[in-house]
Ligand binder design. Structure first.
Ligand code: UTP
Length: 289
């Protein structure tokens, strides 16, 4: 039996430059798909997978994330006074979702550095990393799919997705052997390779389960692509001492940190929304495109 995955780290201290000007004063993680901020989708995914402690890595200008997951006494009082029971339940439920801790990354030195900032809060146990701008629509929570592989092999596991080769330079990519249908043993990893140098068209998506030894690896690497401490480089270092697996997860992923991806996700989640879906479908059908 391997130790269970109980905690999830949400790096949310990036600058969100692809989504300017929206992200100038509003954290990317707080952009909403229909009626819920991106980071809440990620937290709910972890709760559904049984991970009941979320650790959010924030920075200056991100206090709305903390406010969102906190109680809002004034709002609750007004809703109670107006007898808006359903809205009151919605407002209250967010603060009760899960246990959340916060840690600050003083400078945006890269995703790997953001993960390292959570070291003390994670401690010596396996943990998940969730990039909340990768929104995943799936039957089984993607983090849970990775945790199931960790439970079997006791190793780090990363989420993989096939992408067209000309798009691979936007992602980390892996060289890997398929050991079970959809499950790969990683041989090497590279961050944002040129298409002609990419080891495969398997892209690393923003869900990981990592063993705690990743923290030591992250202290040993130097800045990589974009001058940042890259998580992919840390995992390549870890691969020197431990196996790492990759899972082609079941589900659809939307890059909601990108304007085009965000629009697509908005349409898809709008269509699936229990209260709005039907009328939204009617509206879309009526568009003369
Ligand atoms: P991204 O590569 O999406 O970077 O980071 P970004 O700065 O948020 O957005 P763009 O590319 O400029 O538009 C992936 C994740 O890592 C976090 C981001 O908040 C995002 O969730 N991150 C990145 C940090 O927490 N700290 C960093 O130094 C860099």
């Amino acid at each position: 039996m391997f130790p269970p995955v109980r905690k999830a780290v949400f790096p949310a201290a990036g600058l969100g430059t692809r989504f300017l000007p929206a992200t100038k004063a509003v954290p990317k993680e707080m952009l909403s798909l229909v009626d819920k901020p991106l980071i809440q989708y990620g937290v709910e995914e972890c709760v559904a997978a049984g991970l009941l402690h979320s650790i959010i890595v924030t920075s200056r200008g991100k206090t709305t994330i903390e406010d969102h997951f906190d109680q809002s006494f004034e709002l609750e009082q007004v809703l109670a006074r107006r007898d808006k029971k359903e809205l009151l339940a919605v407002a209250r439920s967010v603060a009760k979702l899960t246990q959340i801790s916060y840690v600050r990354q003083a400078e945006a030195l890269g995703l790997g550095h953001a993960v390292l900032c959570a070291r003390e809060l994670v401690g010596p146990e396996p943990f998940a990393v969730v990039l909340s701008d990768d929104v995943i629509d799936s039957v089984a929570p993607c983090v849970g799919q990775l945790a199931a592989v960790h439970a079997k092999y006791g190793a780090s596991v990363i989420a993989l997705m096939e992408v067209p080769r000309d798009q691979i330079s936007s992602y980390g990519s892996v060289d890997a052997d398929e050991v079970e249908p959809g499950l790969f043993k990683i041989k090497s990893l590279v961050e944002k390779p040129k298409p002609e140098e990419a080891p495969s068209n398997l892209a690393i998506i923003g869900r990981y389960v990592l063993t705690p030894e990743i923290f030591d690896s992250l202290t040993k690497i130097t800045p990589g692509a974009g001058g940042e401490i890259q998580l992919t480089d840390g995992m390549r270092h870890l691969l020197g001492t431990q196996p790492i697996y990759g899972l082609k997860f079941e589900g659809r992923r939307f890059d909601a940190g990108d304007k085009q991806g965000f629009l697509r996700a908005t349409v898809e989640f709008g269509l699936k929304h229990p209260a709005l879906g039907e009328s939204f479908r009617g509206y879309l059908k009526g568009l003369s495109l």
